[in-house]
Design a protein around this ligand. Sequence first.
Ligand code: ACO
Length: 399
Amino acid sequence: SVDISTFMRQTGHTTLDYGFVNTAATKSAITFIDGDQGILRYRGYPIEQLAKNSTYLEVAWLLIYGELPTADELSAFDERIRRHTLLHEDLKRFFSALPHTAHPMSVLSAATAALSTYYENESDPHNPEHVELNTVRMLAKLPVIAAYAHKKSVGQAFLYPDNSLGFVDNFLKLNFGVLSEDYDVNAVMSRALERLLILHEDHEQNASTSTVRLVGSTGANQFSSISAGINALYGPLHGGANEAVLDMLGRIRDSGESVERFVERVKNKEDGVKLMGFGHRVYKNYDPRAKLVKESADEVLEALGVSDPLLDLAKELEEIALSDDYFKERRLYPNVDFYTGVIYKAMGFPTRMFTVLFAIGRLPGWLAHWREMQGDAQTKIGRPQQLYTGATERQYPGV
Ligand code: ACO
């Protein structure tokens, strides 16, 4: 007996599936999505319950190890991550080789790839100790790299991590603290960021996670696989959409164009313009994460004492789009990226940092999938087929 894919191949059948709309490339026990019902669960736990009650690191443990941690497991995990936050001083100098105009996502990806060079003798995907160590290293060091990408873009000095602080508070301090001054973490901001990070932690076989798996299937280590995932996330059709949404809202506001006219241009597909932050390959109903982000946007802005007309503009756009046949027929609803940018902006993050925040959110999911794939006896190198459409055979001139 042979499996179905071997049978198809042996009998000369190939499935052409642009964008893998119908093709499962793996089995996975990490995240459940029902796109028609708008349901998202990590290891069976509803995203709403986790976002309300859990922490980034607790959810990271859940995704990676499959169960909620005990209090002792969680505190040991937290402690271990705090001990690994420092970057090698040489790696810090790596940032100065990049222009200050560099996009922080490019900096994050380049520095993550560079991080692997410090651990080449401890990066064997088949060595469980290496895998554990690098899981912790990445959770500890990527937020520091992300904050340095931010600091570099605004021309400020890098701070050392403050390991007396918890994960999110430390991250906020690294981003917003300045050398000469004390930094008091704003509890509202900290909790709001923690919630947003939790909402991003995993989303099954999205483009960046599939990239991590594809690269990992070749035997590449965690650093290489995840820096590839960061690059996949960068694109505006994926994680880059949160930055694109804010740019879109800013352009509508500055151009004086009415929201109705903008929506008309989207519907007519003028110059390929899209309503960024709308639509999803899997959700054909309201994205449950977008629902939670929208609910907290007003609350967070009010608690931070920020009033932003772009939030009103976003709501107006949503209302017009959701009552329009174009969007109804295509089942296009706001996705997680539609409202996150307004909150990140209220926190003080520059627009170009938004996708970096998404990457830090998604990191535990990437790690969990990379590890699940390594432990799956059925894993093979990822190698899609093609349907060749070129010339069959030609003679080189004069031969
Ligand atoms: N604005 C206007 N029209 C849209 C949009 C949109 N945001 N999204 C999809 N459509 C239209 C398409 O033009 C297409 O119309 P057609 O039937 O007339 O050709 C139809 O809806 C189906 O869209 P597809 O592109 O086939 O859907 P697909 O599943 O391939 O793409 C995607 C999903 C990439 C998310 C798409 O909806 C999109 O580009 N959205 C905007 C970018 C965005 O917000 N990305 C973030 C996704 S969520 C995430 O990564 C976290």
